[in-house]
Design a binder for this molecule. Structure first.
Ligand code: PMP
Length: 323
């Protein structure tokens, strides 16, 4: 689908996967005016396809568009187009456990000019790819490196938009984590480097003294759809989640005193990812003996069950596309 100032968003179409031809001066190459989304579709044995909260993805796409000065898309029309697309590709969605179809909508600015100003033309594309189970050999808690040199986002920046620069800007820290044999980066806030923000491509939760806590959304944290779902699910079970500022010192102190029971990340790819260890300022802290905790296990089982249609969907999250 394309955008021009005259016609707005127009010409939605489904075409075979193929390379793109773009002018080398296309603004996206130079100024990174681009946003994306990521969601999954599951297919059950009866052939029905389930999209998990896709309207949330299109809402967030528009929030990202606003921040990057990209014109909004029609969220309802996008959902209709997506349904068509997944129906067409349903044979590509495996029905075996844990596998799904990954859906990547994205927008690029295409005007060919070296001027530094918002583009007047855009293209929105959606690519689809079958993905295997995230945890092939069972759930394995991840190791985390608390990044205290680079920051991912700052107040007023693009942290809560899903835009390319946030990810390329994170590579240095990811490499630093890998040098320390850690799988993921835990980001701190961009002002004091004191408050926990999020993990790589996941939001983060802490179970302290039996209560679940997560960093409050502050404009520099991505508003994860899995995060929102975890909060709603726990609240529906009578377990309110405390959204607040959480300092890394508080997390370390809670671990030292034996009050930190669990740490886990939430995101579309892994759904729930338990954290087994945390390195901060040269010290390695083991969490919950490096094992997955009961809350993370329950959340993983429940969310995956709802997404695949194996469990009831009490909060009405799945959008069913009849096979
Ligand atoms: N934070 C970042 C930076 C991410 O890229 C993602 C993945 N989209 C998340 C958090 C988790 O968001 P969601 O639950 O919507 O996948």
């Amino acid at each position: 689908m394309d955008f021009t100032s005259d016609e707005g968003w127009h010409h939605p179409r489904i075409v075979p996967y193929q390379p793109l031809t773009l002018d080398p001066a296309s603004m996206v190459f130079h100024y990174g005016q681009t946003v994306f989304e990521g969601l999954k579709a599951y297919r059950s044995n009866d052939g029905d396809i389930r999209l998990f909260r896709p309207e949330e993805n299109f809402k967030r796409l528009n929030q990202s568009c606003d921040r990057l000065c990209i014109p909004n898309v029609n969220e309802e029309a996008m959902l209709d187009y997506l349904k068509e697309l997944v129906k067409l590709d349903k044979e590509w969605i495996p029905t075996d456990s844990g596998t799904s179809l990954y859906i990547r909508p994205f927008v690029i600015s295409t005007e060919a000019t070296l001027d530094v100003s918002p583009s007047r033309t855009y293209t929105l594309m959606v690519i689809l790819s079958p993905v295997g189970s995230f945890y092939k050999g069972g759930i394995d808690p991840v190791s985390i490196f608390v990044e205290d040199e680079y920051t991912r986002a700052a107040p007023g920046g693009t942290g809560n938009a899903k835009t390319a620069g946030n990810y390329s800007g994170a590579y240095k820290a990811q490499n630093r984590a890998a040098d320390h044999q850690k799988a993921q980066v835990l980001w701190l806030d961009g002002v004091e480097k004191k408050y926990v923000e999020e993990v790589g491509s996941m939001n983060v939760f802490f179970k302290i003294d039996g209560e679940i806590h997560t960093p409050v959304l502050n404009g520099s944290i991505l508003e994860g759809i899995t995060r929102k779902s975890v909060i709603e699910l726990l609240e529906s079970e009578g377990m309110p989640v405390r959204e607040r500022k959480i300092s890394i010192d508080e997390v370390i102190a809670a671990n030292e005193s034996g009050n930190l029971q669990e740490v886990f990340g939430t995101g579309t790819a892994a759904v729930i990812s338990p954290v087994g260890s945390l390195e901060y300022k040269g010290y390695d802290y083991v969490i919950n003996d490096g094992a997955m905790g009961e809350t993370a296990s329950w959340l993983h089982e429940t969310l995956v069950g709802i997404q695949t249609g194996e469990l009831e969907d009490p909060l009405g999250w799945s959008v069913l596309v009849k096979g």
